[in-house]
Design a binder for this molecule. Sequence first.
Ligand SMILES: [Zn+2]
Length: 356
Amino acid sequence: MIQNEERKLEYYKALIEKKSDYEGVFYVGVTSTGVFCRPTCPARKPKYDNCEFYETAQQALLASFRPCQRCRPLSHPNQVSDIVRLLVEAVEQNPEKRWKGQDFKALSIDESTARRQFKKRFGMTFVEYARSRRMGLALKSIRSGGKLIDTQLASGYDSSSGFRDAFSRIMGATPTRLDDSLILRASWLDTQLGPMMAIADDNELYLLEFVDRRGLEREVERLRTRLQAAIIPGETTPIQSIENELSQFFEGTLTEFKTPLHLMGSPFQKSVWEQLMKIPPGETRSYADIALALGKPTAYRAVAQANGANQLAIVIPCHRVINVSGELGGYGGGVARKEWLLNHEKIGGQKNEKST
Ligand SMILES: [Zn+2]
């Protein structure tokens, strides 16, 4: 979400004036209706206070907005193919569905054609689109804060409470007996690189990930089943702490993350993660370097796997591991973010050197 007040006023003005030169520059989510629009939408314009501005359609989807029926922010009426239109409509009919190969067959749509056309038109595949929409819905309660949920928790989970549905897909069934299960809290954090989700108990941070990370739903599910925990929206001390530290990190003023972490993995994975935390900001290592540092020089594949299994993005700096060749290699949150993080840390280091 765009936070800069000046920028928001500029976009609002463009929205009121339906300025076509702002097409593709921003999307506006309207909190009173739950839809998101392009700047030139012909519908009646929302009040400023009800507007949230996003740079990409995917961000608006992740923030739980659905595409407006009038301006169709995901398509240009003249250019969009029948396949794309059909699929966007199908998602709206059942936004929480997980798409499988047979679903495309049922609609007589070739899966790879759909993928190509979506990618070309929106910069994301259809599966990514459907997923963004689903995640946006599932995370809506987290985003709007835990207050309402706390009230429901206090009243003992009234079976009619609507938040069950929104949560059941990603967070699992809400607990029926709270007394004997661990309760983790989940919060939505807006960062410069897009929304992140933090999950913690009262003492430690368990998960920190970009919301659009592939496989996040599965990660959350694993966390929940392994710990037999209930995950509900809300804030705890570690979440407040990591939120502060992240904003300092993005400002370039943080020297060290101090939020207590809960590492969930095998002893080997933990040893890899501890090694990652020893890589100073502004520097990189290869998998082979890490394997060598652990005294297991041939174990670089296992190191790579442990690296990929990291659930605490940024804090455990798996982004500082690159290929031996010097190429960036992969990153769960996307290579663009990895590159941004590495540059950011390099610049931060230079700043510090100058100031001393
Ligand atoms: Zn619209």
